[in-house]
Design a protein around this ligand. Structure first.
Ligand code: NAP
Length: 311
């Protein structure tokens, strides 16, 4: 089903806590697909509340989380680090049977906090594999989740009510154009350490290292940045608080993947040192194949320069 087709309302009242890039994109997408009747936006940041109100993203905007009391769906779209605290606060507020869904980039810590909640709160952890390097309500847009994967990591709860809540959350993501897959939280965290967390760590490190090379000045780094560096700077411009929390909360998986990366890097270092052309070419050919598979899966554009405006 496309988001332009008429759909029935899935949730009457929705509360989105954290109305930044992801929260505001969800608010827009839910409205556009007519999946929610009324949306409360809650944010601790005065600036974010002001922007969200000015942009008309939600039906009301407040700093008061108690508006979640009569909601059928509460979406937690704050940084990962505060999610367990937000969940604990919600446990004293939300009505029985309400669905609480987070959108955090790491799932293990939220899943543990969710398991500790009474069974009549249906906590359904989700992670949309969609985003940009920008933050805040003005950066969001309704189409962000279209043709992107959303990973659900349901809790270990074997009852019909919980299964119905998971199915409703799945309908929500499909209704705003995402493909949905479910997996174990620990598997999610390992997979995302490979596909997202390590690449971000490399980008942050590389951009920092370029800044430290004394004989190449900043003007040269900027001027010649098209040589690969620019694409790393885009990733390295991502929100510092969000990424701080990702690494603090996915420590084990990131360290595991980082260990393997260091070994691969040592292999490349050796191949360069010993002039092993065959090893280098073999490694680069393998990488090229993987990129082609990503393009064929519709997760990237094949256009030169990543389809960016060439001005
Ligand atoms: P964002 O644009 O920075 O927005 C987060 C908002 O939540 C900020 O306005 C922040 O206010 C507010 N907030 C923080 N703590 C709060 C609290 N206790 N109560 C109410 N509001 C609070 O962040 P984002 O990029 O949308 O990311 C949100 C979540 O989505 C994160 O968990 C992230 O891991 C996940 N995610 C992000 C992406 C991505 O590409 N960005 C993709 C998928 C999933 P302050 O500015 O005052 O802290």
């Amino acid at each position: 089903m496309t988001t332009t087709e008429q759909q029935s309302v899935l949730f009457d009242k929705v509360c989105i806590i954290g109305i930044g890039l992801i929260g505001s994109s969800l608010a827009r997408a839910l409205k556009q697909a007519q999946l929610a009747t009324y949306i409360h936006a809650v944010d601790q940041s005065e600036a974010a509340r002001g922007d969200a109100a000015a942009l008309g993203i939600a039906d009301d905007v407040t700093s008061d989380v108690s508006v979640a009391a009569d909601c059928d769906l509460i979406i937690i779209a704050t940084p990962v680090g505060v999610m367990p605290d937000v969940l604990a606060t919600l446990s004293g507020i939300v009505k029985e049977g309400a669905i609480i869904m987070d959108v955090g980039s790491v799932k293990g810590s939220v899943a543990s906090a969710g398991e500790a909640m009474p069974a009549h709160f249906h906590v359904v952890p989700a992670h949309p594999i969609a985003g940009t390097e920008n933050s805040g309500p003005a950066a969001g847009f309704a189409e962000l989740f279209q043709q992107r994967w959303c990973i659900l990591t349901p809790l270990n709860r074997q009852n019909e009510d919980y299964a119905a809540a998971v199915s409703k959350v799945e309908k929500l993501w499909r209704g705003i154009g995402s493909d949905v897959v479910s997996m174990d939280a620990s598997h999610h965290d390992l997979a995302l350490a490979v596909t997202s967390h390590l690449p971000h760590l490399i980008a942050f490190t590389l951009v920092g290292a370029a800044d430290d090379v004394e004989n190449v000045n900043e003007a040269e780094v900027v001027k010649y940045s098209a040589g690969g560096f620019r694409d790393f700077t885009r990733i390295a411009a991502s929100d510092p608080v969000m990424w701080r929390d990702v690494f603090l909360h996915n420590k084990d998986a990131v360290l595991e993947v980082l260990g393997r990366f260091s070994e691969e890097l040592a292999v490349m270092q050796r191949a360069i040192r010993w002039g092993d052309a065959e090893a280098l070419e073999k490694a680069f050919t393998r990488s090229r194949g993987l990129r082609q598979a990503i393009i064929e899966a519709g997760q990237e554009t094949a256009e030169p320069n990543f389809g960016r405006d060439k001005k």
